[in-house]
Design a protein around this ligand. Sequence first.
Ligand SMILES: [Zn+2]
Ligand SMILES: [Zn+2]
Length: 250
Amino acid sequence: MKEKLYTIPLNDAFNADDECPFCYVERSLEQNAIDFVLGPGASYMESDIREATDNAGFCRHHLKMMYDYGNSLGNGLILKTHFKKISQSILDRFSKAEPKKQSLFSSKSSSSDNAVSAFIKESEKHCYVCEYYMDTYERYIDTFFHLFKNDHDFVKKLENSKGFCIHHLGEVMQKASSALNVQKQKELFDILNRLCADNFSRIEEDISWFCDKFDYRYKDADWKNSKDAIPRTMQKITGGYPSDDVYKPR
Ligand SMILES: [Zn+2]
Ligand SMILES: [Zn+2]
């Protein structure tokens, strides 16, 4: 494989013994991207970077991260020129937005789009921060399959892990067909099936015990592993770290 592999950080992510090693990787890439956009390097003062942020814009999740990060002047400058660009693009498209024959059935299909709604829908597919780390993130997925095929110790590590969150499980299951032959896919699916069965029931027990602890009969009983069952269950369902503090410059 000619592409760069990230074997050391991916092994670190598995060693963290988290609910999902890809959430772990994604968090660190996302934080690096926010540092790049708003951190002390002041990339927003470079005209090519600003042009790129003006064009791509940001998703809701990353605007919130940028707000929490707290570089007010950096945020202000980025928002000023991006907003000018997107607002002008929308105003320009109103002249091309044709009214359509009323239809109850097409309100969600693309045939119901006009120039303004189509532009907004397309804009919402882009985010400078998401796109900044997506290539590297894809390399991590490639690294996962590379190690799965070639590194026996890594397979052992996977087998002893807590598996993946449901979001990243979907990604791994889907990408397996282009990364692995049928035999290797079968081996991976067997491992993931067992990991899901074991770890879903572990999470179910934790969240059930968490609820039981509110019953007066269990008031003095041990929390077992349930104290942080809420953020871990949330992570298991959609990925991410709901209980993380907001990300600030280091
Ligand atoms: Zn995940
Ligand atoms: Zn984003």
